[in-house]
Design a protein around this ligand. Structure first.
Ligand SMILES: Cc1ncc(COP(=O)(O)O)c(C=O)c1O
Length: 365
């Protein structure tokens, strides 16, 4: 029996090697050092162990890659947009940075990363934000010197408007999602994200047996699932977690091809509020993700609280609504005996989570 919110991927074969189709999306041998591009000296983000929570959930270990501590930025997105902007400059030497306008649609974090990248190379930047993005996130983007255009619609509408205006004005799109004929930049964005995956492998030699990762368009999930698949002797059982109303991966898995979400993506998890997957990621996630699950809106705040006010001496972790979604997914699985068993979880399991953002103006918990 499968719960309506949990779905197995029947295309997965754990004996399938990480082949050319996967390597064309995620290259484990070309992981950049994004901190060096920014002159940042923070070093790797911590991989926090939560032994008391692991005991409560009945698993062996839980470790959290805490991207709330990424540079001074507070989200893993700093790795992608910044790297893709620098890569564009490095491969377009004929263009003066001061003449380039970088642009993207974003629910907030990716736009801030592109703005930071543009600022660091001396280029201009315009970010398209959907209606729901908070005033704090908009202010943080403006503080990086970018202009902001508000769209009276959702994330996917902002993507369409960004593409339209960029084509008309000759702006350079640094998108984290891909579309037909537009893959190089989103591939660079994911290449930036592989940096966090490489850090995890260094920080945790035994590595995870299970990995819960939240997805919007799938860039983060593809970078980490792909990297772990490429380098680990036995790749972990992977689970993609999405908001119920923005379940584009859940639906795509069921259909066996990229498909729209079943809902309107009206979720507090702004970074995950996507109705369409990034098709570029399909060769990795479509055959390499073991399970897909959704969470409900009322499961978000308890997960944020669990990170902020941990059990019995575990370290406290600051998260935002999208940041804690992987933990919300794990909590849902661990509260359901049948689901727990289906995923092969037990007292020997080592679970990896990513806290993908800190609390960027999302209120107190
Ligand atoms: C905090 C946070 N977590 C997760 C994601 C999901 O990343 P992706 O769209 O690459 O799946 C995002 C995307 O904006 C995000 O901002």
């Amino acid at each position: 029996m499968t719960q309506h919110w949990l779905s197995r991927n029947t295309r997965v074969d754990h004996n399938r090697p990480f082949g050319a189709a996967q390597r064309a999306v995620i290259d484990p041998d070309r992981v950049p050092d994004v901190g060096a591009l920014l002159g940042d000296t923070h070093g790797p983000t911590p991989l926090q162990a939560l032994p008391a929570l692991a005991a409560r959930f009945g698993v062996g270990e839980i470790r959290v890659k805490d991207e709330s501590q990424r540079f001074g930025f507070g989200a893993f997105k700093a790795l992608g947009g910044v790297f893709a902007v620098h890569q564009f400059i490095a491969t377009h030497k004929d263009r003066a940075p001061g003449d380039i306008v970088f642009t993207t649609a974003s629910s907030g974090n990716h736009g801030r990363s592109v703005a930071l990248g543009a600022q660091s190379v001396g280029a201009r930047c315009t970010i398209f934000l959907p209606k729901f993005t908070s005033a704090e996130k908009e202010a943080a983007i403006r503080a990086k010197g970018a202009d902001v255009i508000r769209i009276d619609g959702d994330y996917d509408t902002a993507v369409a408007e960004c593409r339209r205006q960029a084509a008309a004005k000759g702006w350079t799109v640094i998108s984290d999602t891909s579309w037909d004929g537009y893959e190089d930049v989103p591939r660079d964005v994911m290449r930036g994200y592989t940096m966090l995956a490489k850090e995890i492998v260094t920080q945790w030699p035994a590595g995870p047996t299970h990995f819960f990762v939240q997805a919007g368009v799938g860039g983060l999930a593809a970078a980490v699932i792909g990297y772990l698949w490429a380098v680990m002797p036995t790749r972990p059982v992977s689970v993609i977690v999405e908001p119920q109303s923005a379940d584009c991966w859940f639906q795509s898995n069921k259909a066996g091809r990229p498909t729209l979400a079943s809902g309107a993506a009206d979720t507090a998890m702004g970074g995950l509020a996507c109705r369409e997957i990034s098709p570029l990621t399909w060769p990795v996630l479509g055959v390499g993700t073991d399970w897909f699950m959704t969470i409900t809106e009322d499961q978000v705040m308890p997960a944020r609280r669990l990170y902020a006010h941990p059990v019995n001496g575990d370290p406290a972790i600051t998260s935002g609504p999208s940041g804690c979604a992987g933990l919300a997914g794990l909590t849902r699985i661990c509260s359901d005996k049948a689901a727990f068993a289906m995923l092969g979880l037990d007292r020997n399991s080592r679970v990896l989570l990513i806290n993908s953002e800190g609390n960027l103006g999302e209120g107190t918990v």
